[in-house]
Design a protein around this ligand. Structure first.
Ligand code: MCA
Ligand code: AMP
Length: 505
């Protein structure tokens, strides 16, 4: 029986008493204890009737048990569908319905909202709380410590990760075992991870960065993770001495640089800091080098593709660039209109192909065909160029997307909510520079004739519909939106007009 994902990430550590997770209070969970916990959950999933290929939607806090649930899905062949804990019940309803999840695992506090939803959609519900308690673990406690791993191939689906779209509806990116494994193995080599590594893990585990890049890389290498529930400057400074490496979004690094305790002394033992999910300002890269002597290694990826490019481990890690295509990844810069490659050095849209590229969007063949070419190249929607030394630079986005603190926010989704509000004729949502989050959300509204939009009521309505991190940080009422001759809203003009709302520049 074979199961490439389970065998490579987890099975290989069977019987090892080496530490895998180091918790904030110093408690250690060994590789074998973690595998036993995962097997108990796997048995429980089987007892609940889950079969290979079924989807399991999980909106749960970061905990060792939550990570063991991911391992249990790999072992049982169940497709793991992790969800941002900030999503509202409204948002989660869509994911359960669209994925046809067989089981929803949520925090006990969310049961009231989600139980009727799950019932209505024919899904079972189990709970897993931040402290590891709940009905899932109650059931697992009575189960055996070993599980007969489900037979799977590298082409079978391992995970479904939802990513929003410019149309406002999220799409489930289907990731196969091969997509995840090939990328983790390449990154281990490129970034020289070994079993001596201790990764300071403070990213959430419901997105590619924290779940696949950080966790899978550590698992392939056989190292350990200091597993913090979330990013917090004091906690990072406290645990840094035991770490060898850290992965983060730019906000982590700007927040650390704002603290004078984060200096050469605190970081001299570190082997590697990586950054991604959002552009790292060259200025942040330079301040980091000056303060610590470390050059942050910036890389570039997407939910649909895992990681595509990386600055070199040994060569120059160049500020403002995302480095070179990873081994096994082909990257082209193309004219968005024709799909033809543009001459070297010119700006175009990035397209990528490789074993890292996803299988398509769950039950959305038309969307898949729009973004995944027949020859296997994926159209990223990012604009960039390749400089004279081969470094890839991301210079902008062809897609209407805001990245706030590493979370992607699609303006369309917010505009749909704002447009529905009483007193609002129409809206345009833009991202503007923000000193902490990189970018933040601003809603520009046009009032319906003779009416005055009630900003408080609008924000309350947004609260029910949208996760907190998507809420506009400012609403601005204008007489009309700037439009081009085709009638399209000129967001670039709005971004210019309101660009210094939060930076005061
Ligand atoms: C929290 N809030 C946010 C964000 N996070 N608002 C906007 N953007 C955010 N990212 C809200 C909170 O709900 C709170 O609202 C208020 O902002 C202040 O919270 P604060 O305590 O400052 O936030 P935090 O809890 O410290 O979180 C900030 C964070 C976190 C640490 C930067 O957002 C984070 O861990 N981001 C990492 C995201 C990530 O992993 N992305 C990878 C995606 P209120 O005060 O009103 O309650 S994967 C990806 O993009 C691709 C594949 C790739 O290349 O990696
Ligand atoms: P997601 O939808 O969460 O997968 O986000 C992927 C998007 O994040 C990419 O298409 C880019 O726009 C952006 N991104 C990720 N890493 C970087 C980076 N290092 N620099 C600039 N943008 C990035």
């Amino acid at each position: 029986m074979a199961n490439p994902l389970y065998d490579t990430l987890f099975g290989r550590h069977a019987g090892k008493s080496t530490p895998f997770l180091i918790l904030p209070d110093g408690t250690e969970i060994t590789h074998s204890a973690f595998l036993a916990m995962a097997a108990r959950i796997a048995n429980q999933l089987a007892a609940l009737g889950l079969k290979p290929g079924d989807r399991l939607a999980a909106q749960i806090a970061k905990s060792p048990e939550a990570l063991a649930l991911y391992a249990a899905c790999a072992q049982t062949g169940v497709v793991f569908l992790p969800l941002n804990t900030a999503y509202t019940a409204n948002e989660v309803t869509y994911f359960i319905e669209n994925s046809g999840a067989a089981l929803v695992v949520c925090d006990g506090g969310a049961v009231e909202g989600l139980a009727p939803v799950a019932k209505g959609l024919g899904a079972q519900l189990a709970t897993l709380n931040a402290d590891g308690s709940g009905s899932l673990m109650d059931g697992a406690a009575g189960q055996g410590d070993t599980y007969s791993t489900a037979d799977r191939t590298k082409d079978d689906l391992a995970a479904l990760l939802y990513t929003s779209g410019t149309t406002g509806r999220s799409k489930g990116a289907m990731l196969s075992q091969e997509n995840l494994l090939s990328n983790a193995e390449v990154l281990v080599d490129e970034w020289r991870f070994t079993d001596a590594d201790v990764l300071l893990h403070c990213l959430p585990i419901f997105h590619t960065h924290g779940l696949f890049v950080a966790t899978n890389v550590t698992l392939v290498a056989g190292g350990a993770m200091i597993f913090l529930p979330k990013f917090d400057v004091d906690a990072v400074l406290h645990h840094l001495p035991r770490a060898t490496s850290m992965m983060g979004v730019p906000t982590f690094y700007t927040r650390l640089l704002d603290d004078p305790r984060f200096d050469k002394n605190a970081t001299q033992h570190m082997r590697l800091f990586t950054s991604g999910s959002a552009p790292l300002l060259a200025e942040t890269h330079d301040r980091f080098s000056a303060r610590t002597g470390h050059a942050i290694l910036e890389r570039y990826g997407m939910t649909e593709t895992n990681m595509n490019t990386s600055n070199p481990y040994a060569g120059e890690r160049r500020a403002g660039t995302v480095g070179f295509a990873l081994p096994g990844v082909e990257l082209k810069i193309c004219d968005p209109a024709t799909g033809q490659e543009v001459p070297q050095g010119e700006v175009g849209q990035l397209e990528v192909r490789g074993a890292n590229v996803f299988q398509g969007y769950w039950q959305m063949p038309e969307k898949t065909a729009e973004e995944l070419r027949e020859d296997g190249f994926f159209i990223t929607g990012d604009l960039g160029l390749i400089d004279s030394q081969g470094y890839v630079q991301i210079v902008g986005r062809g897609k209407d997307l805001i990245i706030s603190g590493g979370y992607n926010i699609y303006p369309k989704e917010i505009e749909l909510v704002l447009d529905e509000q009483p007193g609002v004729l129409e809206s345009a949502v833009i991202g503007v520079p923000h000193p902490d989050f990189g970018e933040t959300v601003v809603g520009v509204l046009v009032a319906a004739p003779g009416q005055t939009p009630d900003e408080e009521a609008i924000m309350a309505a947004a609260g029910d519909a949208l996760a907190r991190f998507k809420h506009p940080r400012r609403l601005i009422v204008v007489d009309e939106l700037p439009r081009n001759t085709m009638g399209k809203v000129q967001k670039n003009i709005l971004r210019e007009r309101y660009g210094d709302l939060f930076t005061g520049a």
